[in-house]
Write a protein that binds this ligand. Structure first.
Ligand code: FES
Length: 156
């Protein structure tokens, strides 16, 4: 058993719960620095919260808000959940954005402005199709709305 694992087992359930609840906030703050979670950010977060690196990695990889690779200034996350598919939104939006920006899912525009990703349900099925840009949710999306949104973001 590694020292980290031994330490994890010696904590009370309340302490472990507290450290885990701080983890999401710590990761969020760490990501603000570089736009994604660097190797150093993972190490420092694990050390400061006295958690194993595995715990920190697995938490970060579970949430689509966290990025483990460099991304553009704006991360466009198109929902590919069931409802967004059923309203004929997910594929249509992905295809439209890929064509408009000249990138594929997972790619970033050459100017570093936009990264395109797909995610599972964004928890707003009643307003499908949905799209998240960084921390903001956009609902009832259409290609026209995408055009206006991208134009607006590009001018910021
Ligand atoms: S399936 Fe897209 S918001 Fe739920």
């Amino acid at each position: 058993m590694s020292p980290e694992e031994q330490d994890n087992r010696s904590r009370s359930p309340a302490e472990a719960q507290s450290q885990r609840s701080m983890l999401l906030t710590a990761l969020y703050i760490a990501q603000q620095r570089h736009g994604y979670l660097t190797e150093e950010a993972f190490q420092r977060t694990a050390e400061r919260l006295n958690l194993s690196l595995t715990d920190v990695y697995s938490t970060a990889s579970f949430y689509s808000l966290f990025h483990t690779q460099p991304v553009g200034r704006y991360v466009l996350q198109v929902c590919e959940g069931l409802t967004c598919h059923l309203v004929d939104g997910a594929e249509r939006l992905v295809d439209y954005i890929e064509q408009k920006l000249g990138i594929k899912v997972g790619g970033t525009t050459a100017d570093g402005l936009f990264t395109l990703q797909t995610v599972e349900c964004l928890a707003s099925c009643g307003t499908a199709p949905t799209l998240r840009v960084n921390d903001e949710l956009y609902e009832n999306m259409t290609p026209d709305k995408v055009d206006r949104l991208l134009d607006h973001l590009a001018m910021r």
